[in-house]
Design a protein around this ligand. Structure first.
Ligand SMILES: Nc1ncnc2c1ncn2[C@@H]1O[C@H](COP(=O)(O)OP(=O)(O)OP(=O)(O)O)[C@@H](O)[C@H]1O
Length: 360
């Protein structure tokens, strides 16, 4: 029942959507697909699932061909023969079948006997903690229950790759954590592409991230690495990092909104005047009540807007006079010692070495 992950390689172009993407998954990679609305995330899943034919491209799953097309020419394996399962936001269960029959459908279609298919279905229903729902009809399920059954149905067909399109987006926030934990177990050692807008999904479910924008890959790599050192404004914001937009100047960035130039380290060479963004972690920010003198650090005069407890730290949100929104993570003790409060003034400082500059 457990399946080691599959390898996937895909290149695809869909001209009408400005989509041109190449991705590769090693066996067992769980790839989070991130990006703003309209970036091409669903398009990527559709091409892999076989519901959208690209203008040109080629894909292999475990070295066997899924498609190799150029215009109307080429080879194209239909969706049901691909061993790729797509789990969408809407669980799309067959309304006239029981939960058990829904889950047994995949194994049955793959040629399993009625008894074997039902056994497999029961096993997967137990795995997603939905065994007790076996005899219900989809109309008698809550959203969270239906989504669990949909997961069981998707994996019961023993796909080589599971495609998840924002699986929790339509769910109540209270059921999402349970489902996430369940999905984490189901995905262990399985290959998957997970489209999400939620950083938590990316952190908990994926080992790699690809970021799409306007139909192109703009960033990819191991999840922890991409979130620690994002090279795109989109990912930096998603990761909760500070961002200051502007243009490259001498050894730093001239903020678009005005204010003093921000010193930092460029990841790739920046031409003066080129649009650029300075990124730094809230952890790298020190908070003072008066401007530190003679320090080579970047200093921002701010007004505190909000204090937000986060585990053993407090996230201090603030605005600069220019309207730039910045955050600092400090200990609760520091909040007390500095007497930080919403409306209070403070100085945020960050070393240039902790600021990354990249082109935007
Ligand atoms: N059926 C369609 N026909 C034509 N163009 C489409 C179709 N579906 C999507 N597009 C276009 O293709 C591009 C990529 O859309 P896609 O749905 O793949 O993005 P996405 O990253 O999944 O977005 P979202 O986060 O909003 O779901 C967009 O410009 C979109 O307008």
């Amino acid at each position: 029942m457990s399946a080691a992950g599959a390898t996937v390689s895909l290149t695809a172009e869909v001209a009408e959507r400005g989509f041109a993407v190449e991705i590769h998954l090693a066996a067992g990679d769980r790839l989070a697909v991130l990006g703003p609305n309209g970036a091409g995330k669903s398009t990527l899943l559709s091409v892999l699932a076989g519901t959208l034919r690209p203008d040109r491209g080629r894909a292999e799953l475990d070295g066997s061909l899924l498609f190799d097309v150029a215009g109307r020419q080429g080879r194209w394996r239909p969706p049901h023969t691909r061993r790729v399962a797509l789990l969408a936001q809407d669980p799309l269960l067959f309304p006239n079948l029981t939960v058990l029959e829904n889950v047994a459908f995949g194994p049955r279609a793959a040629g399993a006997s009625r008894t074997t298919a039902r056994e497999q279905a029961r096993r997967w229903l137990s795995a997603v903690d939905a065994a007790a729902l076996a005899d219900r009809r989809p109309g008698q399920l809550s959203g969270g229950q239906a989504q669990r059954v949909a997961v069981a149905r998707a994996v019961a067909a023993e796909p080589r790759v599971l495609l998840l399109d924002e699986p929790f987006a339509a769910l109540d926030v209270t059921v999402a954590p349970l489902l996430r934990r369940m999905l984490r177990d189901v995905l262990a050692e399985r290959s998957a592409l997970i489209v999400t807008h939620d950083l938590l999904d990316a952190v908990l479910l994926s080992n790699r991230i690809v970021v799409l924008n306007e139909g192109q890959v703009i960033e990819q790599g191991p999840t922890a690495e991409v979130l620690r050192h994002p090279t795109s404004a989109f990912t930096a914001r998603l990761a909760g990092l500070n961002l200051v937009g502007g243009t490259a100047g001498d050894g730093g960035l001239r903020p678009r909104q005005g204010g003093p130039s921000v010193g930092g380290v460029a990841r790739t060479p920046l031409a003066p005047g080129e649009p650029a963004t300075a990124v730094f972690s809230p952890n790298a920010v020190s908070v003072y009540l008066s401007p530190p003198h003679g320090s080579p650090r970047n200093v921002f005069a701010v007004t505190i807007t909000e204090l937000e407890p986060r585990g053993d730290q407090v996230r201090v949100r603030a605005l600069t006079a220019e309207g730039e929104s910045l955050t600092a993570d400090v200990t609760p003790a520091a909040v007390g010692e500095l007497d930080l409060y919403p409306g209070g003034r403070a100085f945020y400082t960050v070393k240039a070495a902790s600021v990354t500059l990249y082109p935007t």
